[in-house]
Design a protein around this ligand. Structure first.
Ligand SMILES: Cc1cc2nc3c(=O)[nH]c(=O)nc-3n(C[C@H](O)[C@H](O)[C@H](O)COP(=O)(O)OP(=O)(O)OC[C@H]3O[C@@H](n4cnc5c(N)ncnc54)[C@H](O)[C@@H]3O)c2cc1C
Length: 603
């Protein structure tokens, strides 16, 4: 476990639900430093020059090619982002890591292989390794001289990972661990050198080990025949009386779940960034095609229904990007606030734990964004989108697994509410107090004070309203089910969707406000009109989504007069004027088509 505590100055994970923030409180992509941009540019150049030309060979699994490219990436410092400088890594801040992940995902199979090595494969040693383990492995992993993999899943244990059957017992001479069992679906399984392996000591105590490919009794299975990510390696791993030196136990016996959960927190956060990068790339491809393809005598990009798709892709990317950079900024702030003397690795792990709710949101929202974007891209390509010669077919297949690994989206939806409730009951998050305050407000009736004004008045009301809608629906659900709420998964997932909307809505609104203030301080609106359009569409559609979600939860847990009253309160919370989202989407599409790419990059 982490030994350092989180600095008080940093805003707490999940606090966006109960606190208001100002535009100055959030990090926006417009604030990327030259160094952070350079990291993104280096990664982009690497993918374009070193990886893209080899995609046909990679898709056919040309032997040795993916590890060769990973090692090349290591030579120019693209693998050691999470490794502290003292062990040969770059010790990157979280914002830089997001830049890196976004750009490396231009070829999804490379992005996943990179994440399997640099993220879930390397970070367990960074966070939990002894000094000797760090000295032995990290310099080699940071440069790509050795490649890593993370072995948690088993044939019968995926979501339920602690149901592991892989066993470890101490050898009779007490010098090694003897592992027996099988792992399944291991990214980089076919070529990695170092494997982070979870197994139960004496069949009971879930623990973690560092296993090397050459250890006796270790073997990797054949490549799985996957729907997508065909350029990545995914194999089973077998342990038959596999001998692992005693000192290769990672962390403590029986504490493997702590390693697994902490690594998944970081993996989930990064996955959202990989997905955002993939979505931007696909939007670019779709926008270009919409200009080149003619139907009825004009480019299909001139048709309103195609323009609406391009706009909606950009709008949703904007929302997810706003959330992810905000979260990365929060994490960097918390790490910086711990001071120069703090152990950065421990602090890094601690912030992933603190912002685990935000990381699950990044994972769920990012993967669903990418699925939406690739699906619409296939539609824009028409029949050609269904043909393997065109890039969107591959993007469509590659996207699908993001909703499955790093904890399925169902599991992550459940986790978001579970973590919120845990924080509320431990006192880390004043959720109950916020609920009580809202009940007082409802009893007091409509208030006419503090109505927001200015260009974003309606949207400020939406933001306040969606948070209240969550408290209203969650309060009703908790009152009915109390500590049995987790048994009602449909309700929990409904609440989780509202939580995600709250974060997305606030992050989008504050980012556009920050951009406006930066560009034309004397004016309250109009400085970034198209970004404003994107944010406004997202907010108004988001309010609709929250209203439907909250209504469904209320209808499931209340009845009669109480239901009618609460529905009226919900309507009052989310009261808003109509907006012309058709015209706004048209302007967003024009911005996409003007540059044939996502128009809000770095803004
Ligand atoms: C390409 C690929 C790469 C992968 N890479 C790795 C890797 O590097 N390392 C590794 O350890 N694993 C890896 N995995 C495994 C991955 O993490 C698991 O597939 C994932 O965790 C889901 O487990 P499962 O496949 O056993 O599905 P299951 O757990 O059987 O789930 C099946 C369905 O049931 C649902 N479900 C399960 N439990 C619940 C519940 N309590 N409530 C509601 N719904 C539930 C799930 O959401 C899902 O929809 C990879 C998988 C793939 C496909």
């Amino acid at each position: 476990m982490a030994t350092t505590s989180l600095p008080r100055a940093a805003s707490r994970g999940g606090s966006f639900l109960v606190e208001s923030c100002t535009p100055e409180d959030i990090f926006s992509p417009a604030e990327l430093t030259d160094d952070q941009k350079l990291i993104g540019q280096t990664a982009e150049d690497f993918i374009r020059n070193e990886v893209v030309p080899f995609i046909p060979d990679l898709e056919l699994h040309k032997a040795g090619l993916m590890p060769q490219l990973l090692k090349k990436a290591g030579e120019i410092g693209l693998l050691g982002g999470g490794v502290p400088e003292e062990y040969g890594g770059a010790g990157l801040d979280k914002v830089s890591s997001v830049q890196l992940a976004e750009k490396l995902s231009a070829y999804a199979s490379f992005g996943v292989s990179h994440g399997g090595h640099s993220g879930i494969g390397t970070l367990p040693i960074v966070f939990f390794g002894t000094t000797e383990q760090k000295k032995k492995y990290l310099p080699l992993l940071a440069t790509g001289e050795k490649l890593a993999a993370y072995c948690l899943s088993e044939p019968q244990a995926g979501s339920d990972a602690q149901n592991s059957r892989t066993r470890a017992v101490l050898s009779p001479d007490g010098r090694s661990w003897i592992l027996n069992g099988q792992k399944m679906w291991i990214t980089n399984g076919g070529f990695a050198d170092v494997y982070i392996v979870f197994a139960k000591v004496d069949g009971e105590k879930f623990s973690c080990f560092i296993v090397e490919r050459g250890f006796p009794g270790f073997s990797a299975g054949a490549e799985e025949k996957k729907m997508g990510l065909k350029g990545s390696s995914t194999t089973a791993i077998f342990f038959e009386n596999c001998q692992v030196p005693k000192e290769n136990l990672l962390h403590e016996i029986g504490r493997g779940h702590i390693v697994a959960f902490n690594i998944l927190n970081s993996g989930r956060f990064s996955l959202g960034a990989y997905c955002t990068g993939g979505a931007k790339n696909t939007l670019e491809t779709a926008s270009k095609y919409a200009k080149e393809r003619f139907a009825f005598g004009k480019p299909i990009g001139d048709f309103g229904l195609i323009r609406e798709k391009l706009a909606e892709m950009a709008i949703r990317i904007f929302a997810v990007e706003s959330m992810i950079y905000r979260s990365a900024g929060l994490m960097d702030l918390a790490i910086a606030a711990a001071g120069e003397d703090a152990d950065k690795s421990q602090q890094s792990m601690k912030v992933f734990e603190e912002y685990a709710i935000e990381s699950s949101i990044s994972k769920v929202y990012g993967s669903e964004l990418l699925d939406f974007v690739v699906d619409e891209a296939v539609q824009i390509f028409g029949g050609y989108g269904f043909h393997e010669d065109y890039p969107v077919a591959r993007a469509y297949r590659d996207s699908r697994v993001n909703r499955i690994f790093e904890g399925t989206n169902e599991i992550n939806r459940l986790l978001i509410i579970q973590m919120l409730m845990k924080r509320a009951t431990s006192g880390a998050l004043p959720l109950m107090q916020a609920g009580a305050k809202l009940r007082e407000e409802i009893l007091a009736g409509p208030s006419f004070e503090e109505t927001p004004s200015g260009a974003w008045a309606d949207e400020e009301r939406i933001l306040a309203g969606v948070k209240k809608a969550f408290l209203l629906a969650a309060g009703a659900a908790l009152e009915k089910y109390r500590d049995r709420l987790a048994d009602h998964q449909e309700i929990v997932a409904g609440l989780s969707d509202i939580v995600m909307q709250c974060y997305a809505i606030e992050s989008s609104l504050r980012r556009v406000q920050k951009a406006e203030a930066a560009r034309r301080p004397e004016s309250s609106s109009g400085a970034t009109p198209v970004m404003g359009d994107a944010a406004r569409v997202f907010l108004h559609d988001g309010a609709d989504r929250v209203e439907v979600g909250a209504r469904n939860v209320l209808a499931a847990v209340l009845e009669g007069d109480m239901l009618r009253t609460q529905l009226a309160v919900l309507r009052r919370f989310l009261k808003r004027g109509p907006v012309d989202t058709v015209a706004m989407r048209e302007r967003v599409c024009a911005a996409v088509q003007a540059r044939d790419r996502y128009p809000f990059e770095g803004r």
